[in-house]
Design a binder for this molecule. Structure first.
Ligand SMILES: [Zn+2]
Ligand SMILES: [Zn+2]
Length: 324
């Protein structure tokens, strides 16, 4: 059967061995009836659908429950729930539909990989009562306490990021992204300037060294290249940091509004510096060949010996006798 063919998918980095839903996400459960994949969410039929069209949605990354979801993962999951609920309505014309999401054994969660049940409903389907009957009774004081406790807790847990339903927040977000774009542009400009100056200064040092047959000047040129490469790596690092903050604002919406924290390495610590930055193309392929030229000149100059004392050819073909 086509739908039971084993499909190969990228194994999520957070896959938990023994997790039935991770197995389904990975394509390892050959019996799983997958309905849809994409946007980091997998949709499939449960082993025993409670109603016609009952499906489960799970994030492809293993997260135990609703408390483990990031803002971004929660948004994606919620919008996929919306999509599947709409599709189920179109395909099955149910009388109603439940969205059920359970966390913890007390709430009847049976698989510890967060999931959402989308359950199309019919007036005479096999689902039982969901809510207690009769309703529990609460005193006004109990209701006041309930409301007060939750109000305080919800207010205190305001997520970072912008409230996209609020016009002022959306405007602030645009400004924030502009600020970060500006920073990215400045870092890129500084990086270009570093490259320009390194060519100018190292080129001058090499040029004068050739004319004067002075190997210390060649060495100076190489030191200049190394210094600008180090500076450029720093600009590059800041540019990368700024780009990642941009993504956090634009995609994850997980940054404190208008905060520029994390944009540049202002602490002076090198904790986020990575040696691999030296091997990125914009550093390695720019400074590398220049340094190789300098190194070759240096070797030639040293092999030729002190120009003042020898009559042999110097690297540039002049002889010492031509020097004044
Ligand atoms: Zn899992
Ligand atoms: Zn469940």
């Amino acid at each position: 059967m086509g739908r039971r063919r084993r499909e190969a998918f990228l194994v999520s980095s957070t896959r938990q061995s023994g997790c039935a839903f991770c197995d389904i996400v990975a394509g390892d459960d050959l019996a799983a009836r997958i309905v849809a994949r994409g946007h980091g969410v997998t949709v499939f039929l449960p082993d025993h659908p409670a109603t016609r069209g009952h499906v489960l949605l799970v994030p492809d990354e293993h997260v135990a429950d609703v408390w483990g979801l990031s803002q971004g993962a929660a948004r994606t999951l919620a919008s996929e729930v919306l999509r599947v609920a709409g599709a189920a309505r179109d395909a099955l014309q149910p009388d109603g539909l439940n969205v059920i999401q359970s966390n913890g054994a007390a709430a009847t969660q049976s698989i510890d990989h967060v999931h959402v049940h989308v359950v199309p409903r019919w007036t005479a389907d096999d689902m039982g009562e969901i809510w207690p009957s009769p309703d529990p009774s609460w005193s006004p004081a109990q209701l006041d306490a309930m409301q007060g406790d939750l109000r305080v807790a919800v207010e205190a847990s305001k997520p970072n990021g912008y409230d996209m339903t609020n016009e002022q927040d959306r405007e602030d977000r645009r400004k924030h992204l502009d600020l970060i774009s500006g920073a990215i542009g400045r870092m890129a400009g500084s990086s270009s300037a570093a490259k320009g100056w390194s060519i100018t200064l190292a080129g001058a040092a090499f040029g004068v060294a050739l004319v004067r047959h002075s190997w210390p000047l060649i060495a100076l040129g190489i030191v200049i290249l190394a210094a600008f490469a180090a500076l450029d790596v720093r600009y590059l690092g800041n540019e990368r940091r700024a780009r990642s903050v941009y993504d956090q604002v634009a995609d994850d919406n997980s940054v404190v509004p208008l905060s520029l924290k994390g944009l540049a390495n202002t602490s002076g610590s090198s904790s986020t510096w990575q040696p691999s930055w030296y091997t990125t193309w914009s550093i390695l392929y720019f400074y590398g060949p220049l340094a190789l030229v300098g190194g070759a000149l240096l070797v030639l100059a040293l092999l030729a010996g002190p120009a003042e004392e020898s009559g042999t050819s110097s690297p540039c073909g002049e002889t010492s006798s031509q020097q004044r």
